[in-house]
Design a protein around this ligand. Structure first.
Ligand SMILES: *[C@@H]1O[C@H](CO)[C@@H](O)[C@H](O)[C@H]1NC(C)=O
Ligand SMILES: *[C@@H]1O[C@H](CO)[C@@H](O)[C@H](O)[C@H]1NC(C)=O
Ligand SMILES: *[C@@H]1O[C@H](CO)[C@@H](O)[C@H](O)[C@H]1NC(C)=O
Ligand SMILES: *[C@@H]1O[C@H](CO)[C@@H](O)[C@H](O)[C@H]1NC(C)=O
Ligand SMILES: *[C@@H]1O[C@H](CO)[C@@H](O)[C@H](O)[C@H]1NC(C)=O
Ligand SMILES: *[C@@H]1O[C@H](CO)[C@@H](O)[C@H](O)[C@H]1NC(C)=O
Length: 300
């Protein structure tokens, strides 16, 4: 297409007086369907004997010095010409307006003919972008999540962003060939966050967001001293990382010893030596995890 256009232009140029500079931005120029585009010329204002605009082999508009205009049937009511610059405005753009455009300006003062060519690409603006994601709860290590980025219009590229960072493929993340869907398999707590997908083409882009929550845990860890002097306080903290929150239980020497994260025994004695266990349960992930801590109380 472009090659054919260039060949025919070369023929025009070779059969004309001599090589002339392109008086149009060579493009591509981008336009939105239904919108308008202006093809400006790099000339100083002057009077023209004729102005001829062509789309491929089709005449768009021809204007002569008397001011009379001949407009091609495809272009009635949607073109306007600037008689002093030769610039063309094309309105109500259609997808099939995509292609090569050429202009020939013949100055009224008899100076050299001016020629220009450019390429227009028309796109349908991107709209209605939204993400469809999993509708069930996601459990770390067990579930997978498929996110689909839908949208209408001419979608040329799709990108995914998580918490402000561009996402790329990894051991657990794969994209479809067109990037419109993304699979996380399996999900883990590091996948929690705000996902954004962006559909774009040269004239527009639109994004949508989706937040992913992953249930995980419990992970249990006990913080506190292991060796104490008789008479000092035993202070242990059961640190639980879990979504949703886990219920926890302390077991000291096989006896239940409360459900608060902080376990305290004041003025310990050597009988308090032993194994302290914190057990946490997440009733959604169905997991129960324990941690043990050995305390030794030394006699004086
Ligand atoms: C035609 O183009 C000239 C030069 O760019 C500009 O000064 C003038 O305002 C334009 N006329 C119209 C009607 O747009
Ligand atoms: C371009 O598309 C319009 C409809 O959008 C149609 O009416 C017209 O005939 C088409 N032109 C060509 C050259 O195919
Ligand atoms: C999620 O929603 C889709 C369509 O709304 C439905 O077909 C599918 O069965 C749902 N999946 C679950 C796990 O609920
Ligand atoms: C898909 O995404 C990758 C990485 O973000 C990007 O390099 C590539 O250009 C994208 N491809 C399409 C078709 O959007
Ligand atoms: C995500 O979308 C919601 C609802 O449209 C909006 O309130 C929120 O600010 C968006 N977040 C981001 C990071 O764009
Ligand atoms: C999980 O435990 C919480 C209290 O920790 C309770 O409110 C909830 O009903 C339980 N859910 C299920 C499914 O057992």
């Amino acid at each position: 297409m472009t090659r054919t256009l260039m060949t025919s232009l070369t023929i025009i140029l070779l059969t004309g007086n001599s090589w002339a500079e392109n008086i149009l931005f060579p493009g591509p120029i981008y336009g939105g369907k239904g919108e308008q585009v202006q093809f400006n010329t790099f000339t100083s204002p002057m009077q023209f004997q004729t102005i001829v605009w062509n789309f491929g082999n089709l005449n768009i508009i021809t204007s002569d010095r008397s001011g009379s205009e001949t407009v091609g049937s495809e272009y009635k009511g949607r073109v306007s010409l600037n008689k002093t610059s030769g610039a063309l405005t094309l309105q109500s753009l259609r997808l099939n307006d995509t292609g090569g455009y050429a202009v020939i300006l013949t100055p009224a003062d008899g100076t050299q003919t001016l020629q220009g060519k450019t390429v227009l690409q028309v796109f349908v603006p991107v709209t209605d972008v939204n993400i469809k994601g999993p509708n069930s709860t996601l459990v770390e290590g067990k579930s997978s999540a498929n996110l689909n980025c839908d949208g209408t219009g001419t979608i040329i590229t799709t990108q995914w962003i998580k918490d402000g960072q561009h996402l790329s493929e990894s051991d657990s993340i794969t994209f479809s060939a067109d990037n419109r869907s993304m699979l996380i398999n399996p999900v883990s707590r590091s996948d929690i966050g705000e996902y954004v997908c962006v559909h774009s083409n040269p004239i527009s882009s639109e994004m949508a967001n989706y937040s992913i929550t992953v249930l995980y845990g419990p992970d249990v860890k006990i913080l506190g001293a292991e060796i104490l002097e008789e008479g000092s306080d035993i202070l242990l903290y059961c640190s639980v990382s879990s979504v949703p929150l886990a219920t926890l239980t302390w077991t000291v020497k096989d006896v239940d010893a409360g459900n608060s994260a902080l376990y305290i025994t004041e003025s310990s004695n050597t009988d308090h030596s032993g194994i302290y266990t914190c057990t946490a349960s997440n009733n959604i992930t169905g997991l129960t995890t324990s941690a043990q801590h050995t305390v030794t109380v030394r006699g004086k």
